[in-house]
Design a protein around this ligand. Structure first.
Ligand code: ANZ
Ligand code: ZN
Ligand code: ZN
Length: 851
């Protein structure tokens, strides 16, 4: 059958307009069972590319399905993540103000989104660079500040020399900037604003028995990043001094093997413990390592560089005197910045000891397994050479030694995390200003009253141009602190807002004298850490969200997004959720019940689409040629949604032809076909099987297999229609089953090809507008019961058992013989005998002939 050539652009425009007019996708918090589905906020990069189409097509199909299932769906329009470096850099490159550039992009992208024909509620949009939005980002900052969760501190930060700003740890990849993958970040010690995410470290660790369904890769990635590690802090006395060195270890069972101590170069004791003779070499080493970046320090482990301080500590277990070294693979930022080195059982320590000729002592013996010669044993085992603890298992020894040390008050249990606080200030222009005011007069007042000693740096006061200033938050009534338009925004390394006199100058909210505004802006990841809370009530102006509406929609049922957001966005969003909960704004712990990551759409050559490869496909052209539905459907069909696959123009053409064939089928046969009810039975069975399969597949997000079964069903309808109309006019009655069969076909396809199916539904079938609000067909389980047959099983020609088996499977020799052999009775008859031949009559009989 030829496929119809359809004027797609006409029907797309027609239905997009009508859907909007009738508001069929509008969410209504007061209607039906709420179902909030979300796709990650879109960067306002300027162009909706194939990746966007891929990321949105399947979720849109899924939300349409839920709507037809009777759920009250909230599916917000994309919304735009419009602050931040990419926008700013592009604006600079194009010589347009970031604000104008962003606005232009958003207008364009909104228009492009519309061509997809998505089932958005278009009123639910947020644009993070709009003052109505960032007012609440600033409000959030203030709340965090009030809770002691936002503070200013001098921290070693990742500085990208190209971005000319500090980056969060989450945005450093292999030591390089995430946007400049060939540019190593530099470690700079600068004053920064931080969010105390570490306070929530424990809670952010995903428990084993979690109530929500998030991908294992994300759960594991976040847990590793947080890096919870239980251990103890032990004091080592310094020989000939009153001072003590505290180390952090997770393996106190190895303490008898601790033959030296290593301090990080930045450790305050490093210089103090150093003897006169070693002073110059130690101080030279410390200087050198300050220049090195953390990345190099970790990479330099292999070189095992270090210096001896000339001093010794006392091992509290063995009482031996052990040398104190300084080496830069020990990081000041982790644990106590000092370690007890156990070269017998830790590879790094071992290599270090080998190189510097320090004693190596074995104190753990493996249980059972043999350690190859030249290798050291790093696992848990049995203690040896460990005084009174010898013979204990590692686990027992950790308990006992810890108890002992605690009794002697030389140790305490601690938990360490690899997670660091989140650096949120940026020395760039295009972001929400941090709502802080610094006042020098207030500081001077405190000095006069003698109160300055009680003030805490970074919380109560901070340095501005080298002088102490009191920190004030901008009063809530004065939010938003608007980002001024006229500023020289080119990056210099200093905050561009600092060049704007009119922005900086402000009256102190406390003393009323002249004060100055904070000139740094917030990381865009602060904007996106809470945007989903704003969707249900985007225009609400009395708070960050309208409590009543939000209660109805949360938690989010399903959150679609990119797998690259393991450590950035999703972790921050979980943190902010917990903060808002503790402030009494929310009553749940996790904002999304289910998280699904999408895969990637590759170029036609199977490689990631990139300009340099020249394999980028622009969806606009394809849409014009084949229609949005064919493109959307192909994107759902090309592979499992979490894997993705290569773009193929033939694939889109195929979808286009398929949709044309469906059209033809309905157009030609809707009134023509006459069946007897008996004739229609196989159609009915197939229809219900397809409903069941498609529903289950969509629930599992297996869109590709769902579409494949609809195609099969459609083929069956076509061939039955052709043969039936060609045949006699047995019965003259119009067959209700056939009408239903066509309606179901259109409904099952509606989530994937929304425009075409609407056209067929309304214009060809004469059904009521809209197919998208029609009821999803339900399947009748009784129709799907498969027919069972009984198969006699013989041994040497004698009936010994019968098998009840599905009719289809009764024809498969392997399957039936396997089932027969598994039968208790047959097993008894075959025991001790070997089978010579198996006689199999498909669907009828098995006979085992033995020797
Ligand atoms: C003795 C020991 C013996 C260790 C042994 C390990 C194996 P995680 O699990 O990552 O927390 N360590 C402690 N602080 C450090 C720092 N600032 N820089 C570098 N290394 C540091 O690792 C804990 C272990 O890492 C600690 O336990 C310590 O070495 C080392 F057979 O102490 B262990
Ligand atoms: Zn960069
Ligand atoms: Zn003041």
């Amino acid at each position: 059958m030829k496929s119809k050539s359809i004027n797609y652009s006409k029907i797309e425009k027609k239905w997009q307009k009508k859907w909007l007019e009738k508001g069929i996708y509008k969410a209504n918090a007061n209607k039906g069972e709420p179902f909030y589905g979300l796709v990650e906020l879109t960067y306002s990069s300027g162009d909706l590319h194939m990746g966007h189409w891929f990321a949105w097509s399947a979720p849109d199909a899924y939300m349409r399905y839920q709507r037809m299932k009777g759920k009250n769906v909230l599916f917000p329009v994309g919304g735009f993540d419009s602050f931040g470096l990419p926008a700013e850099n592009a604006a600079i490159k194009h010589g347009i103000h970031p604000s104008d550039w962003t606005q232009k992009n958003i207008d364009n992208m909104r228009h492009q989104f519309a061509t997809m024909g998505p089932s958005f509620d278009w009123e639910k949009e947020v644009v993070t660079s709009n003052p109505e939005y960032y007012k609440w980002t600033q409000w959030l900052f203030i709340k965090l500040f009030e809770e002691g969760l936002a503070y200013r501190a001098k921290v070693t930060s990742n500085w990208c020399p190209k971005c000319k700003t500090v980056l969060a740890n989450e945005h450093v990849e292999n030591g390089c900037c995430w946007r400049h993958t060939d540019t190593p970040v530099v470690q700079k010690k600068v004053d920064q604003w931080l969010f105390r995410i570490t306070k929530y470290a424990d809670e952010l660790i995903w428990p084993k028995n979690r109530k929500v369904d998030w991908p294992e890769s994300m759960v594991e990635g976040q847990n590793n990043w947080i890096g919870r590690s239980e251990g103890i802090q032990i004091e080592f006395e310094i020989k000939g001094s009153v001072g003590k060195i505290e180390v952090f270890t997770t393996r106190v069972d190895t303490i008898y093997g601790a033959t030296f101590i290593i301090l990080a170069p930045e450790h305050p004791l490093a210089k103090k413990v150093t003897s006169k003779e070693n002073a110059s070499s130690v101080s030279k080493y410390i200087k050198q390592s300050q220049i090195k970046q953390e990345r190099d320090r970790i990479a330099a482990i292999k070189k095992k560089s270090g210096v001896f301080t000339g001093s010794f500590a006392i091992n509290p277990a063995s009482k031996e005197e052990i040398p104190i070294w300084v080496a830069d693979f020990v990081l000041m930022e982790y644990g106590t910045g000092a370690i007890m080195a156990v070269p017998g059982h830790d590879l790094r320590d071992n290599e270090f000891a080998e190189k510097h000729k320090i004693a190596i002592k074995k104190v753990i013996e493996p249980k059972g397994e043999k350690i190859p010669k030249g290798k050291i044993f790093e696992g848990f085992g049995k203690l040896i050479n460990s005084g009174e603890f010898s013979g204990l298992s590692s686990k027992k020894a950790i308990e006992k030694i810890t108890d002992d040390f605690k009794k002697n008050k030389i140790a305490k249990s601690t938990v360490q995390y690899h997670l660091r606080d989140w650096t949120i200030s940026r020395q760039r222009y295009w972001g929400p200003p941090i709502p802080i005011i610094y006042c020098r007069s207030c500081w001077e007042d405190r000095v006069k009253n003698g109160e300055d000693k009680k003030l805490r740096e970074g919380i109560d006061y901070s340095f501005v141009n080298g002088k102490e200033h009191l920190i004030h938050i901008v009063p809530e009534t004065e939010l938003p602190v608007e980002l001024p338009y006229k500023v020289d925004y080119r990056p210099t390394g200093k905050a561009p807002l600092a060049t704007s006199e009119s922005f900086i100058k402000v009256k102190c909210p406390d003393c009323g004298k002249s004060a100055r505004r904070e000139t740094e802006t917030m990381d865009t990841y602060v904007d996106s850490s809470w945007y989903f809370f704003r969707y249900p009530s985007p225009k609400y102006d009395k708070g960050i969200f309208e409590p009543k509406t939000m209660k109805k929609w949360f938690p989010i049922e399903i959150y679609f997004g990119g797998p690259e957001h393991i450590l950035g966005h999703t972790l921050y969003a979980r943190f902010i959720t917990k903060v808002l909960r503790d402030l009494g704004y929310l009553d749940f712990d996790e904002f999304a019940k289910t998280r699904k990551n999408h895969g990637v759409i590759l170029g036609p050559d199977g490689f990631r689409m990139s300009k340099s490869r020249g394999n980028v496909v622009n969806p606009d052209e394809e849409v014009k040629k084949y229609g949005a539905d064919a493109v959307r459907m192909f994107l759902c069909f090309l592979g499992p949604h979490d894997k993705g696959g290569p773009w193929s123009i033939e694939g889109v053409e195929g979808m286009n032809r398929f949709l044309g064939r469906v059209w033809n089928l309905v157009e030609e046969y809707k009134d023509l076909v006459v069946f007897t009810h008996e004739d229609a039975k196989d159609i009915l069975v197939s229809q219900h099987k397809t409903i069941k399969k498609v529903s289950e597949d969509i629930e599992k997000l297996h869109f590709n297999t769902a579409i494949a079964s609809i195609m099969e069903y459609s083929n069956l309808l076509r061939s039955r229609a052709q043969s039936a109309t060609g045949k006699t006019k047995k019965t003259k009655i119009r067959c209700a089953e056939w009408d239903e069969a066509l309606r179901v076909l259109v409904q099952l396809l509606a989530p994937f090809a929304p425009h075409t199916m609407e056209e067929i539904w309304v214009e060809l079938l004469g059904e009521k507008f809209s197919v998208h609000t029609s009821k999803w067909p339900i399947f009748a389980p009784e129709l799907l019961k498969e027919d069972m047959v009984t198969i006699p099983v013989q041994v040497n020609g004698k009936l010994r058992a019968t098998l009840s088996i599905k009719e289809q499977e009764s024809k498969n020799k392997d399957g039936v013989t396997k089932a027969a052999k598994a039968d208790d009775k047959i097993q008894k008859w075959l025991e001790g005998k070997s089978i010579k031949t198996i006689i199999f009559v498909p669907g009828k009989l098995v006979n085992f002939v033995t020797k």
